[in-house]
Design a protein around this ligand. Structure first.
Ligand code: HSE
Length: 442
């Protein structure tokens, strides 16, 4: 290899940045041999030059000004791993304007500013790569872009937040309650100190937006996705789920409904999943994404969705693609050359079966009255379950009544529930979870 090495500028030396640095050093020869392109890491921008680091980096590589990377005419490719959206936005847009390809893993940035950034990338003819933005070490982005290129994507359904999956797994497997499972996740370093984006569903939603935009070549504003988190799931819901043959998972559902005007169903929420389905056995911090294409059929991608080395693996695959495409720019096809005109389906029109748990006063006729109202809305019941009554503070007996309901639109169920909760012996706010009917694996 006698050609001039490609020079890289890395912004951010946190968990993922250190993993990228260490792997580039450790597997440098392997990467050059496989890519047939010589490269070197020229500069690393960090916030604080004096901060003690586990990863030892030669002092002369470091700068505390990320603009040094963009302004250095010798740096060919910028790797953005600083996180957040404010500085990352400035860095990414400046780099693209300077004609320097960008590698990023910043899902929040792409979910919020993706439309603008992809447009800028196309206008400047400067690529942006983002394998690490969804699914951590799982190669889902390049699979959608390349390996599944001949498919219309029917659906993408999966578990793409490791922290919430860890919490739900602990609740399901060990009967932990939500607060204890979250505390345990924090203690083990899986959940952030502020875990809100993980548990409220928005980390998964950012990733879902990126996958949906990529699969359908469309731009989607974050206010179009329906997002619910796991904060209100209780061990009681898990008890019923188990009894009825299910578990509970925070699922991302992206599904295309051929022939409908607003064809794209797009939501993130905790769902009942049959305990025989493969997604039910994806536990702990693991992620799994099932992609259904019209040609390939059902596929499943499984792996670590976060963490230093898995995410570094994804970032480095992008660095190599960026290097190849900067040598052979004619191969770069842009963010997504294929665009499908599709509106986002209103949540009220999305159809699934449901689990509904009512807290009711233990009185004669309650079940009959609930069933009557459901019937007036055309909603069938496929199973019921209940637990022994408990006595409230005033000495009155209450119990949990669970109904598994046949498929109906979400909006129709809401109207029925509004009427049911007007019955005096039914407590407000029943617990409702969708039952996600997934294809059996054969
Ligand atoms: N906090 C995320 C998770 C990883 O728990 O999956 C980064 O998106």
């Amino acid at each position: 290899m006698t050609e001039k090495p490609i020079q890289l500028g890395l912004a951010g030396l946190g968990t993922v940045g250190s993993g990228v640095y260490e792997t580039l050093c450790r597997n440098h020869a392997l990467l050059e041999a496989r890519s047939k392109i010589p490269f070197r890491l020229k500069r690393i921008a960090v916030r604080n030059l004096e901060k003690p680091r586990e990863t030892v980096v030669p002092r002369e590589l470091l700068t505390d000004d990320w603009q040094d990377l963009v302004n250095d005419p010798e740096i060919d490719i910028i790797i953005e791993l600083i996180g957040g959206t404010r500085q990352a936005y400035d860095l990414v847009t400046l780099a693209l304007r300077a004609g320097k390809p960008v590698v990023t893993g910043n899902k929040a940035l792409l979910a919020e500013y993706g439309a603008e950034i992809f447009k800028l990338s196309a206008e400047m003819g400067t690529p942006i790569y983002f394998e690490a933005s969804a699914g951590g070490g799982i190669p889902i982005i390049q699979s959608l872009q390349n390996s599944l290129i001949c498919n219309h994507i029917n659906s993408i359904v999966g578990i793409i937040n490791g922290t919430s999956n860890y919490i739900l797994s602990a609740m399901g497997e060990h009967g932990a309650d939500y607060a204890d499972a979250l505390a345990q996740a924090q203690k083990l370093g899986f959940a952030e100190e502020d875990p809100s984006l993980d548990v409220n569903g928005w980390d998964a939603a950012h990733k879902a937006l990126i996958l949906a935009m990529l699969a359908y070549g469309t731009t989607i504003s974050p206010d179009k996705i329906y997002v619910r988190g796991i904060e209100n799931i209780t061990s009681r819901d898990f008890e019923f789920a188990k009894k009825l043959g299910y578990t509970i998972k925070l699922l991302v559902v992206i599904r295309y409904h051929e022939g409908q005007e607003d064809a794209l169903e797009l939501r993130v929420q905790p769902c009942f999943v049959h305990d025989w389905h493969i997604l039910a056995s994806v536990n702990g911090v693991f992620n799994a994404i099932s992609v259904n294409g019209d040609i390939v059929g059902e596929t499943l991608f499984y792996g670590r969705g976060a963490g230093k080395n898995p995410t570094a693996s994804a970032v480095i695959s992008d660095i190599i693609t960026a290097m190849r495409e900067s040598r052979y720019p004619e191969y770069h096809t842009g963010f997504n050359p294929y665009a499908k005109a599709c509106g986002i389906m209103h949540i009220n029109d999305t159809v699934t079966p449901y689990y509904v748990r009512f807290q009711v006063a233990d009185q004669p006729g309650v079940i009959a009255e609930i069933a009557r109202i459901l019937a007036t809305f055309g909603i069938g019941i496929s199973a019921t379950s209940s637990a022994p009554s408990h006595i409230d503070e005033g000495g009155a007996p209450w119990n949990d009544l669970v109904f598994i309901l046949h498929s109906c639109p979400w909006g129709q169920l809401q109207k029925a529930l509004e009427e049911i909760t007007r019955i005096s012996c039914v407590a407000a706010e029943p617990r409702v979870l969708r039952i996600e009917h997934l294809l059996p694996q054969s």
